[in-house]
Design a protein around this ligand. Structure first.
Ligand SMILES: NC(=O)C1=CN([C@@H]2O[C@H](COP(=O)(O)OP(=O)(O)OC[C@H]3O[C@@H](n4cnc5c(N)ncnc54)[C@H](O)[C@@H]3O)[C@@H](O)[C@H]2O)[C@@H](O)CC1
Ligand SMILES: Nc1ncnc2c1ncn2[C@@H]1O[C@H](COP(=O)(O)OP(=O)(O)O)[C@@H](O)[C@H]1O
Ligand SMILES: [Mg+2]
Length: 266
């Protein structure tokens, strides 16, 4: 962990800690985009933007003034996306035609050196519509039902062996989230040792996407960075859960800077 999260150099500025854009949050699921973007900001991303339904503008500005906002239908979308280091697509995006159209528009702009974290509704849409994914550094973050949709492996048949086999057919890194999250597509498979049922609350996965984005954006894309992000999410939740029955995503998010400061000093 401390190998990944290190003290910042004195001579540095926000442009060196990752340009992250979260694409998600329709009229029903605005909170998902807010939690993803908040996690990215609190985990240290230098510049965070959110492409979201226009109805989320006031809520997002009020909750997270650090973030910039662009509505889903903005003409400037491509210009924004091209300048990003990391994209998160899917938290609260929804799976209707508007979401599908936006997903295709985003995929058409992606460059191979960008990291794209594919979550939630985006996974469901890609599986349902058999979409071709762009050439990029892809990180998939399915929960078990999304993994069933994407891989075809039924929930009841999912285990480290069947998951590993299925992940080989998918381009990029696959983080199969559960009570024992597994990561495939790295040099070695990784089993997350932290976390608890206190994390079983809506928004936990949305929060993970923001942490991943911030870690890749500031510490660079590597196996160690991805594992550290997954571990940090659960380890902070464990800290919260030591005194709280549920580890609310918003509470996990606010604890991130303190946890990372301790990690960076080890
Ligand atoms: N506050 C918000 O705005 C929230 C928005 N969310 C967004 O809502 C959209 C739909 O995502 P959902 O995950 O709710 O719906 P999904 O339809 O993708 O998955 C839920 C379904 O899968 C089943 N299931 C079985 N095992 C499961 C497992 N281990 N984990 C999760 N589900 C399991 C559930 O019973 C349910 O039928 C996504 O875009 C997501 O990002 C959620 O993140 C919840 C919070
Ligand atoms: N029982 C559990 N033990 C450990 N981690 C859990 C448990 N239940 C949920 N989680 C974690 O919470 C997150 C849930 O993700 P997801 O279902 O996508 O949430 P959401 O879409 O509501 O944000 C994952 O990181 C998962 O590993
Ligand atoms: Mg989710």
């Amino acid at each position: 962990m401390s190998q990944v999260v290190h003290p910042r150099k004195k001579k540095s500025y926000k442009g060196q800690f990752g340009r992250v854009t979260v694409i998600g949050g329709n009229a029903q699921y605005g909170g998902a985009a807010i939690m993803s973007a908040s996690a990215a900001v609190y985990a240290g991303a230098g510049l965070v933007s959110v492409v979201t339904d226009a109805v989320n503008r006031s809520a997002l500005h009020a909750r997270l003034p650090e973030a910039m906002i662009l509505p889903f239908d903005a003409g400037k979308l491509e210009a924004l996306l091209i300048a990003q280091d990391v994209l998160v697509i899917g938290p609260g995006l929804g799976d209707d035609n508007a979401a599908l159209h936006l997903l295709k528009r985003v995929f058409a702009t992606i460059r191979p050196d960008q990291t794209v974290i594919i979550d939630g509704s985006a996974i469901t849409l890609i599986a349902r519509e058999h979409l071709t994914v762009p050439e990029a550094r892809l990180i998939w973050t399915p929960h078990q039902m999304e993994w069933q949709r994407l891989s075809g492996v039924k929930l009841s048949d999912q285990n480290p062996q069947t998951n590993a086999q299925a992940a080989k057919k998918i381009s990029g890194v696959v983080i199969v989230k559960s009570e024992a999250t597994e990561i495939f597509g790295l040099q070695e498979a990784y089993l997350n040792p932290a976390g608890s049922p206190a994390m079983a609350t809506g928004g936990s996965g949305d929060t993970l996407t923001g942490i991943l984005a911030a870690f890749v954006g500031q510490f660079g894309y590597s196996d160690a960075t991805i594992c550290a992000a997954v571990y940090t999410h659960s380890a902070v939740a464990d800290e919260v859960a030591s005194t709280h029955y549920v580890a609310l995503p918003t509470q996990v998010i606010t604890q991130l800077p303190q946890y990372m400061a301790l990690m960076s000093q080890k």
